[in-house]
Design a protein around this ligand. Structure first.
Ligand SMILES: NC(=O)c1ccc[n+]([C@@H]2O[C@H](COP(=O)([O-])OP(=O)(O)OC[C@H]3O[C@@H](n4cnc5c(N)ncnc54)[C@H](OP(=O)(O)O)[C@@H]3O)[C@@H](O)[C@H]2O)c1
Length: 244
């Protein structure tokens, strides 16, 4: 897909990995609809940074735990831009305490609502609003750790594993006019509360390439998937070989 003049909705597009994807799209002259939940101030800062590339950028807040709020995102984006060509499902939660024994019903629901149900509802709304003669692209942000069935981050892994499966299923379902791909991240940014040293040490120990990735590397791979119109159902591990 040629990105210039298109419109993308990016969930969690205000900070960290989502911000890098937002700004890479803006730099490619794609208009951006920046979804956020709590990061109102960073959303406005990212909006300004995107506008500096000469594109239209709007911000929109919605709690992805709330299905009604999720279902309002695509109509709001259409009202602002007329049509949405690209959907990036980036927002997710990654709770620290999520073992098999510690995961209670509330945490299970939160994880599955935000990490899986919201992308599902957004994919559905995205596909429904796109005219059949107009190409569209979805990229889901996944986690490379689900390539290995270890039980840490129990419900998180399951939610991301199901999103991985949904990515491949939708590549079939939405062909030929919508491509559906994913990026599966390894060590990209430290989790909240941990510094860069933590990630560097972890990468030295576990990642064959012995270094962490970066949000910019993720963003460049997302753009690659968007631009290649013969790729669908492709999930690119961006993990330096960690989960080979
Ligand atoms: N960082 C890594 O190294 C890494 C590794 C593997 C996979 N990933 C995946 O990459 C993606 C981005 O990672 P990240 O580290 O940049 O994420 P992050 O810093 O944890 O940010 C999470 C994003 O999700 C949004 N979000 C969280 N709860 C939400 C809710 N209830 N409603 C709406 N939005 C909500 C946040 O929005 P607000 O801030 O506006 O609330 C934020 O933009 C995620 O899908 C993550 O699973 C990241």
């Amino acid at each position: 897909m040629e990105l210039q003049g298109k419109t993308a909705v990016i969930t969690g597009g205000a900070i960290r990995v989502g911000r890098a994807i937002t700004l890479a799209l803006a730099q490619a002259e794609c208009n951006v609809y920046i979804h956020y939940n709590r990061s109102a101030t960073p959303a406005l800062e990212t909006q300004q940074a995107a506008q500096a590339f000469g594109v239209r950028a709007e911000v929109y807040s919605a709690d992805l735990h709330d299905a009604t709020a999720v279902q309002a995102i695509m109509p709001a984006a259409r009202a602002a831009f007329g049509q949405v060509d690209i959907l990036i499902n980036n927002a997710a939660i990654f709770p620290e305490e999520d073992s098999f024994t510690a995961t209670d019903l509330a945490l299970w629901d939160e994880l599955f609502h935000i990490n899986l149900r919201a992308p599902f509802l957004l994919c559905q709304a995205f596909a429904a609003q796109l005219p059949p003669d107009r190409p569209g692209c979805i990229v889901n942000v996944l986690d490379a750790r689900v390539r290995r069935p270890y039980p840490d981050h129990f419900a998180y892994r399951l939610s991301k594993g199901a999103l991985w499966q949904m990515t491949e299923m939708l590549a079939h379902e939405l062909a030929p006019h919508i491509t559906v791909n994913g990026v599966a991240l390894g060590a990209i940014l430290p989790p909240p509360g941990k510094g860069q040293n933590y990630l560097d040490t972890l990468a030295q120990e576990r990642v064959p390439l012995q270094r962490p990735g970066s949000p910019d590397i993720v963003a460049q791979n997302v753009l690659h998937l968007l631009r290649q119109d013969f790729l669908t159902g492709v999930i690119l591990p961006i993990d330096g070989g960690e989960f080979l």
